[in-house]
Design a protein around this ligand. Structure first.
Ligand SMILES: *[C@@H]1O[C@H](CO)[C@@H](O)[C@H](O)[C@H]1NC(C)=O
Ligand SMILES: *[C@@H]1O[C@H](CO)[C@@H](O)[C@H](O)[C@H]1NC(C)=O
Length: 191
């Protein structure tokens, strides 16, 4: 009798341990997955070359469809234009605030019937406060949507192995020459 009781208690204990561990692990992972481990908000400022502002421009059309040219953005929602940029990043929404890094990469306008783009770029930091890169990629569209989510695909230095989502918001758009994006970075993997 005593031995059977002992075996049953041992089995119950094992069962309890099994249930508690198998519940705890995915629960924790799930919560970790849905709550950012780091949140950062930056702005960057893009001044598009328009044939007259070569000194001031921070971005340029480097590819255009055969029916357009590299001086002015193409018709039909700029479809087919490929733009390379090297834009200042600031902590607030002011163009002339001290830049804390550079946003460098490209965007391609990829839809004829609406404003839509595909973006690939890095935030490059090299100061006493921040060193390293955050790398972004994804569909940024429709551009007239208030916010768009793109992927944070990796990072280096202070942002080693960064992974998550960045919510882009067009904070200003002026005279077909200047736009400012607010970038709300939510990292779900932090090292
Ligand atoms: C580029 O195309 C625009 C029309 O989209 C035209 O006004 C301009 O003259 C063209 N510029 C050059 C350098 O071909
Ligand atoms: C450069 O362009 C921006 C945006 O259009 C403008 O606010 C700024 O005054 C320009 N700077 C110069 C020196 O033209």
């Amino acid at each position: 009798m005593g031995a059977t009781k002992l075996i049953i208690s041992a089995l119950l204990l094992l069962l309890f341990l099994f249930i508690s561990t198998s519940n705890a692990t995915p629960g924790k992972k799930l919560r970790a997955r849905h709550r950012p481990c780091k949140r950062l908000v930056f702005y960057f400022h893009d001044i598009i070359y328009n044939g007259k502002n070569a000194m001031n421009a921070t971005s340029a059309i480097v590819g255009a469809p055969a029916w357009a040219n590299k001086t002015l953005l193409a018709g039909q929602n700029r479809f087919g234009d490929l733009i390379v940029f090297d834009d200042p990043i600031t902590l607030d929404n002011k163009l002339h605030s001290p830049p804390i890094g550079r946003a460098q990469g490209f965007y391609i306008y990829d839809k004829k019937d609406i404003f839509s783009a595909w973006v690939g770029f890095s935030f490059v930091f090299n100061s006493a406060q921040r060193k390293g890169c955050i790398n972004f990629a994804g569909a940024d569209g429709p551009l007239l949507q208030k916010t768009r989510d793109i992927s944070v695909i990796g990072g280096t230095g202070d942002f080693f192995m960064a992974r998550g989502v960045a919510t882009l918001m067009t904070d200003a758009f002026e005279n077909q020459v200047y736009f400012r994006l607010r970038v709300d970075i939510k990292l779900y993997e932090c090292w």
